[in-house]
Design a protein around this ligand. Structure first.
Ligand code: GLA
Length: 381
């Protein structure tokens, strides 16, 4: 049964009438442009079919009552007396989004509903952003404000940064808000301007989940951010986005080796991402694949956010004749890689990479082909 049916049925069982609407927001996979968003750079993600759904109806008071099917939990809070976050629990995402929207002057009304999603948690496919955006969409439906994808993404990012204490960039929220069916989105993370492009003809994207989950990722992530900010200060610019490889080549010796490597990743990754856009527009799968492979090496060697499991699955994919290129995707340290694959050979690719990864690591992977879905949206029952 589809998730939208699942939440609709659970809603009916609980509230004895059909929901007023069902809202949905997707997870994402990033083709290229990794650890560039918080450097004001370029990213190239795609909204995936896996998503979080809420079936809901408005309430007359200012309370939110949410039932999570996945957590088997039921929580309620009042919009004028938000409970502070404790350790991060699912309800903290709902409260955080309510807090952030109200901080930004949105006049919110209450709702009640049933939540469920199939974006795997902690795998690098942005289950958090999917939950945040679907909650923003629920508030939009009952409160009647204007839906602006970039404004919603920024509000959800602020919820994550300030309420939940995770210093993520804007990529995940932006693609979950603004995804376009059958297309990836090149996002300029400074202006938030987004342009879409389809995958090259006869190719599909495959998500390679190493089935390893990230540990200590937040502290490593924040450390990388701080190193990038220090490098930008050294160059006297607002963000590493403002340094190109020519300037870097002239002055890289001034940086100590670790900071130099971190900066080199960001600067070359921004350039690769813009070249990836050109390759996509030209329908050039071979070039796009090469850029993805180069991105992985840069993340592994210069930015040091890969892991043995990610390197193993990426090596299996890149050795396969059906693959144009594969790389880790998301923050790193575990979770998923992404591969651009010849559509007519994808089944064999999936089988071969699964075997290769198992031989190399002893682990089972979870490999799925994904299309590009729309960003946050409303479905009517
Ligand atoms: C996580 C963050 C994003 C981005 C990626 C790395 O997904 O939430 O903002 O920084 O890592 O590209």
């Amino acid at each position: 049964m589809s998730l939208s049916k699942t939440v609709r049925q659970a809603f009916k069982a609980e509230f004895r009438e059909p929901p007023a609407c069902i809202v949905r927001a997707p997870g994402r996979v990033n083709l290229i442009g990794e650890h560039t968003d918080y450097n004001d750079g370029f990213v190239f993600p795609m909204a995936i079919e896996r998503a979080t759904f809420i079936a809901l109806r408005p309430r007359a008071d200012n309370k939110v009552l949410a039932i999570s099917l996945d957590m088997d939990d039921r929580r309620e809070f009042a919009l004028d007396a938000l409970p502070s976050p404790t350790e991060t629990e699912w309800i903290d995402y709902l409260v955080g989004v309510a807090w952030s929207l109200q901080e930004r002057g949105y006049n919110l009304r209450g709702w009640e509903g049933v939540v469920s999603g199939d974006v795997p948690i902690g795998s690098g496919l942005s289950s958090s952003a999917a939950l945040e955006l679907v909650v923003a969409r629920a508030f939009f439906e009952v409160s009647g404000f204007v839906w602006d994808a970039a404004a919603m993404a920024l509000a959800c990012q602020a919820a994550e940064n300030e309420w939940l204490g995770v210093k993520c960039g804007i990529m995940d929220q932006m693609i979950s808000a603004a995804g376009v069916r059958d297309r990836a989105l090149l996002i300029d993370c400074r202006s938030l301007e987004a342009t879409s492009a389809p995958l090259p003809p006869d190719t599909v994207l495959v998500i390679l989940d190493t089935n390893t989950r990230r540990g200590l990722v937040d502290s490593a992530y924040n450390e990388r951010r701080a190193q990038c900010e220090a490098a930008a200060r050294h160059f006297g610019v607002r963000a590493l986005r403002d340094v190109d490889s020519e300037l870097f080549a002239q002055r890289e010796e001034e940086l100590e080796p670790l900071m130099r490597a971190r900066a080199r990743h960001v600067i070359t990754e921004n350039e690769r991402t813009l070249r990836a856009r050109d390759a996509m527009n030209a329908g050039d799968a071979a070039t796009l694949g090469h850029l993805m492979i180069a991105s992985h090496f840069s993340l592994r060697d210069d930015f040091e956010v890969s892991s043995p499991a990610l390197d193993a699955i990426v090596a299996c994919a890149n050795a396969d004749a059906a693959c144009y290129g594969a790389r880790m995707t998301g923050a790193g340290f575990g979770g998923c890689a992404v591969a651009l694959v010849k559509a007519d050979q994808v089944e064999q690719f999936v089988a071969r990479v699964g075997d290769c990864y198992q031989d190399a690591t002893g682990n089972e992977s979870i490999i799925t082909v994904t299309g590009a879905s729309r960003g946050a949206e409303t479905l009517y029952p």
